[in-house]
Design a protein around this ligand. Structure first.
Ligand SMILES: Nc1ncnc2c1ncn2[C@@H]1O[C@H](COP(=O)(O)OP(=O)(O)O)[C@@H](O)[C@H]1O
Ligand SMILES: [Mg+2]
Length: 293
């Protein structure tokens, strides 16, 4: 006998419900509309194919349609979202989870895509067309993005929407990734930019306000992951690219802005990211000149 237990909440509008079938719990994620079916189907395919070491993903049990709405069933993982756990997590434990997350990235599956610059340019140009009334900040952002060389963005399998809300920590201390998303370019570097949207800009916490304990932990997480990125070959450049992708991601939110409060939060995040990029570039230039001397 299939028994409905409770609804789980997300952001996409999908219906996420916990069921019990005989003695087994499972989660059903169902599309909110026919138009959303394709997106959820792509998520389901991405999640089914996901097979990386360390971080796990809930096992898929099946899929189907309920009155024309696509759904899929998956393993129920007893867990807490990283964005909730981070308020109280022990610092040593936090550093361990961040290292675990970093080691889960499919860096060794990276390949160069010769069209990456074209793909990014197209994305930026489309975005430029749909943002009207650009202020000086946004004009500057487009200049910066247009002159960026995106060749360092390696192609690899990816999650697609790696926010702290979509990373779960299970009761047996494992990392689970949920809520995959099909994206314009698949790369672990873009996944890191999404994590920085929470670690640096605190996007997932925008409606909650500051919290000293949480903000300290976000800072430690950011520093830990930044150091790991810098230790990679071409790491300094990858970190700079991550901040530029973060800037692109933030500007992509502009067309969806609905209220003044979010707009102020977003613009402050954009200014903040521009300053970080400027500082990083100035530092790189200084070290270049000191090398030439
Ligand atoms: N397999 C699962 N096991 C346990 N909880 C889950 C599972 N899938 C989703 N959830 C819970 O439901 C919430 C929303 O799921 P998610 O897939 O991220 O939806 P949305 O696309 O709406 O953001 C998650 O934050 C988590 O708390
Ligand atoms: Mg989600």
């Amino acid at each position: 006998m299939l028994k409905f237990i409770k609804n789980l909440n997300g952001h996409s509008g999908c219906e996420i419900s916990l069921f019990k079938d005989e003695n087994k719990f499972f989660v059903r994620k169902k599309s909110s509309s026919k138009e959303y079916n394709l997106r959820l189907k792509k998520q389901f395919i991405k999640q089914s194919k996901y097979d990386l070491k360390i971080a796990k993903t809930p096992k898929i049990y099946g899929y189907g349609y309920d009155k024309d709405l696509f759904f899929f069933d998956m393993e129920y993982v007893q867990s807490i979202a990283f964005c909730e756990y981070i308020n109280t997590i022990k610092i040593t434990e936090l550093v361990d989870y961040i290292k675990m997350l970093f080691k889960s990235l499919p860096i060794n599956k990276s390949i160069k895509n010769q069209y990456v610059n074209n793909i990014f340019r197209q994305k930026i140009s489309n975005l430029n067309k749909i943002i009207f009334n650009k202020n000086t900040t946004i004009k500057y952002v487009f200049e910066l993005l247009n002159k960026t060389d995106w060749n360092g963005v390696l192609q690899s399998p990816s999650h697609g929407d790696l926010t702290l809300e979509n990373i779960m920590i299970s009761t047996d201390n494992k990392l689970y990734l949920i809520d995959f998303l099909d994206t314009f370019f698949s790369s672990w570097i873009i996944d890191l930019a999404k994590i920085f949207q929470d670690l640096e800009i605190k996007w997932s916490f925008r409606n909650i306000g500051p919290d000293t304990n949480r903000d300290l932990r976000l800072l430690i997480a950011k520093e830990t992951i930044s150091e790991m990125i810098k230790s990679l070959p071409d790491g300094e450049n990858i970190l700079l690219l991550i901040y530029k992708i973060l800037l692109l991601n933030l500007v992509r939110i502009i067309p969806y802005l609905k209220d003044k409060k979010t707009e102020i939060f977003l613009y402050s995040g954009i200014e903040n990211t521009i300053n970080i990029i400027k500082n990083m570039e100035a530092k790189n230039e200084n070290s270049y000149y000191s090398m030439c001397r």
